[in-house]
Design a protein around this ligand. Structure first.
Ligand code: AMP
Ligand code: ZN
Length: 140
């Protein structure tokens, strides 16, 4: 994608602190870290959101996450790690090229979630579960 900043990073047209580079996956340091050691894992190919990715390619991308999380934790000494992936502007996706954030977490750090856990009325969860199961393609 001609004007995608992450495609330009993959192509070497914009510099980055590269962590990992395979035929499918690419990882680099986030330039605006939520904590020191914040890494981004992206597909080499341009997909705007995760749902647009072929399953095999998503699998080949995600297989790198456990090792990345371990490396970030070992190097930073963080107590925990968030893996975040935002789809769509409303979900805080600023760069329209799929990316997984690997974010070191420590007690008292500056990164906070608003996690407004709700509750279902009678039967609503089961209805939605059934609808979602039906919406999945065969073999999922
Ligand atoms: P999101 O809000 O999920 O779209 O996150 C986009 C992330 O990309 C942010 O954390 C930015 O700091 C990061 N980012 C944007 N431009 C660059 C860049 N040139 N190099 C590294 N990270 C970047
Ligand atoms: Zn792109």
């Amino acid at each position: 994608m001609a004007d995608c900043i992450f495609c330009k990073i993959v192509a070497g047209e914009i510099p980055c602190e590269k962590i990992l580079d395979t035929d499918v996956a690419f990882a680099f340091m986030d330039i605006g870290p939520l904590a020191e050691g914040h890494v981004l894992l992206i597909p080499r190919a341009h997909y705007e959101t995760l749902d647009a990715m072929p399953a095999e390619e998503a699998g080949a991308l995600l297989r790198h996450l456990p090792a990345l999380v371990n490396a970030v934790r070992d190097v930073t000494g963080c107590e925990g790690v968030n893996v975040l992936q935002n789809n769509g502007r409303v979900a805080h996706q600023v760069v329209p090229h799929v990316h997984f954030h690997v974010i070191p977490r420590n007690p008292g750090d500056e990164f906070h979630f608003n996690w407004p856990a709700g509750e279902y009325g009678e039967g609503r969860m089961q209805d939605l579960g059934e609808a979602i199961r039906r919406a999945l393609p065969r073999g999922s």
